[in-house]
Design a protein around this ligand. Structure first.
Ligand SMILES: C[S@@+](CC[C@H](N)C(=O)[O-])C[C@H]1O[C@@H](n2cnc3c(N)ncnc32)[C@H](O)[C@@H]1O
Length: 368
């Protein structure tokens, strides 16, 4: 906690410059002590306390009082937490139609679609690879329709190995997104830790049979492909919103976001909220939301699963829309987003809202 002695107006001015943030003041025999607010209390609550302190302790010194109150108005403008509530909408149904979302109303799409008949998670779900590609096509076209011009779609996807044959899902998805109108902008490789537990351990084969033709590598990688709808108009964002959404360059450097290789932990098998869901780690939507959306914009996840994208959107002061075909996941999503019973405390804004829409049981309805 920073402490600065404030003896007169000049010293106070210096203190303001030094502290830059919000200060609280107390009078001691050495003068007035200005402290940076401790982090844990809400800034709004502390602001009220601070006003009281100033009123009671500085009432005799009108000059200093005026100067401090002036400073408070200034600092409040800059440091007051962003109290705008966010809205979250879960549509329980099939995202092949996103009819509830108007054209051009979404600012970022992040998702991980089911992988074609993945042995662990979706064995036999699709009748054929063509059927699977048809799902990707409808999803790409709907995403293009609902995204605003210039905005980004982030797809976590990868090729799938089934019975010794690799299906080129990532390459096919890129083609499908391009055909839907997107520009293919970037590809990040997500590397999981070396000891990643969920994959089948194929590499053991050559260790037991150290001869040619016994090589079957373990896969520690997934792709994160990034698409854009047209070009972004940087001038369309107000200065205020730009500043509120600033990305921390230290975090970018420290965690090496600047490369096309992102080393991120996977969700551990057995994690309670993600049980039986091929969830991605929170770090993935966290990075994408910070890098590709501004505060109070709307983030979409058409294959919501346990609701990881929606959760991070809420935490980062963005609105969210999710589609999930499995009705049985609704309570998981509510809990993960912090809208379950008795767990509202760790999200900053208690005025945030979650709306759940259950589709009619037509062709785009939910399954139980
Ligand atoms: C790979 S998981 C997504 C996991 C999510 N990223 C998370 O972190 O929890 C894919 C999800 O899409 C859902 N899904 C599959 N087909 C769908 C469809 N046509 N419409 C909406 N949801 C669908 C599945 O039920 C599954 O929960």
């Amino acid at each position: 906690m920073a402490k600065v002695k404030v003896k007169n107006k000049k010293a106070l001015r210096l203190a303001k410059e030094k502290l830059r943030g919000v200060v609280s003041l107390s009078k001691t025999k050495h003068g007035i002590i200005a402290k940076k607010w401790p982090r844990k209390k809400s800034k709004k609550a502390l602001y009220e306390i601070q006003k009281e302190i100033i009123k009671s302790k500085l009432s005799k010194n009108q000059g200093v009082k005026d100067a401090v109150l002036e400073e408070l108005v200034e600092t409040k403008k800059h440091t007051q937490p962003d109290v705008t509530a966010t809205n979250h909408k879960l549509i329980v149904g099939n995202c092949m139609s996103m009819a509830e979302i108007p054209d051009g109303s979404v600012h970022l799409m992040i998702t991980s679609p089911p992988y074609f008949n993945a042995p662990f998670d979706y064995k036999g779900l699709f009748k054929s690879y063509e059927q699977y590609l048809g799902v990707l096509k409808s999803f790409a076209e709907e995403t293009y329709r609902v995204l605003q011009d210039g905005r980004i779609a982030v797809l976590n996807i990868d090729d799938m190995l089934i019975d010794g044959e690799k299906y080129p899902i990532a390459a096919d998805a890129v083609k499908i997104f391009q055909q839907a109108g997107f520009r293919y902008r970037d590809k990040i490789v997500w590397k999981k830790p070396d000891g990643y537990l969920r994959i089948s351990r194929r590499s053991g084969v050559i260790l037991q049979n150290p001869y040619p033709m016994y090589f079957y590598p373990d896969n520690l990688l997934e792709s994160i492909v990034i698409f854009q709808k047209g070009r972004f108009d940087y001038r369309s964002i107000s200065k205020d919103v730009r500043e509120k959404s600033k990305v921390d360059t230290k975090e970018i450097q420290k965690n090496r976001w600047y490369m096309t290789l992102w080393e991120m932990n996977n969700v551990m098998p057995g994690s309670s909220l993600e049980k039986d869901i091929a969830a991605f780690p929170e770090e993935l939507p966290y990075r994408a939301i910070k890098l590709f959306s501004y505060k109070n914009e709307t983030v979409l996840d058409p294959f919501a699963g346990s609701g990881t994208t929606m959760k991070k959107a809420r935490e980062l002061g963005r609105n969210s829309i999710g589609f999930e075909i499995k009705k049985s996941l609704v309570s998981t999503i509510k809990t993960k987003l912090g809208f379950g019973d008795a767990q509202k405390t760790f999200f900053a804004n208690q005025n945030d809202k979650l709306e759940i829409i259950y589709r009619e049981a037509d062709k785009y309805g939910y399954i139980s």
